[in-house]
Design a protein around this ligand. Sequence first.
Ligand SMILES: CC(C)(COP(=O)(O)OP(=O)(O)OC[C@H]1O[C@@H](n2cnc3c(N)ncnc32)[C@H](O)[C@@H]1OP(=O)(O)O)[C@@H](O)C(=O)NCCC(=O)NCCS
Length: 171
Amino acid sequence: MTSIAEIDYPNELERDARRCLESGLSVGARDSVHGSLVGFHLSLLMRRDEKEEDHESKAYKVLAKLYDDVDLFQDETVEKVCKMFLLCVHSDYSGRGIGATMVKKALELGKQNGCHLASVDITNSVAGKIYKRLGFESLNTLDLTTVTVTAVDVSCIPGETTMMAMVKRLQ
Ligand SMILES: CC(C)(COP(=O)(O)OP(=O)(O)OC[C@H]1O[C@@H](n2cnc3c(N)ncnc32)[C@H](O)[C@@H]1OP(=O)(O)O)[C@@H](O)C(=O)NCCC(=O)NCCS
């Protein structure tokens, strides 16, 4: 099995990170005393008419498996989706509500930008709790131990072997 350090996804990750930074839907949190960045939540805008690109990296292929049987645009009234991509808070600042506050802010931005749906792929039960509490519901789950594209060494994430696609209707 490939270790997490060997996953080769720089091109797709860089492309999506850029799309998130340009989307107007991404937020960061700063320490109000030192000014340093202590957390960020990256989101990008997906449109119905955009063609899904083929995935090069194994990690993205695993993520795509979550959507084998479900479609974010299945409801014909959904034209724009706020795709929440990365949530991260520095460990010195965890448990202070920063993660939840950034997700709330991103939901507001998604709504202001005309998104009909917010979507996120969860790989962590703490994050799952945050999104559930803010009204996200499970669309699909993937048991990583059954995935044959062996991109992720699940032993690196003790107790976290399930990925979940979650959605929340915004308007
Ligand atoms: C997940 C993460 C973003 C949470 O950020 P955070 O700012 O600590 O979250 P919040 O303070 O808003 O906490 C939300 C809830 O999670 C709980 N929580 C936070 N850190 C926790 C931890 N390490 N263990 C257990 N619960 C935790 C909080 O107590 C809170 O629950 P409560 O309201 O019932 O008390 C942060 O831990 C992180 O960056 N993790 C690594 C990256 C990651 O896994 N990202 C998500 C990928 S899907």
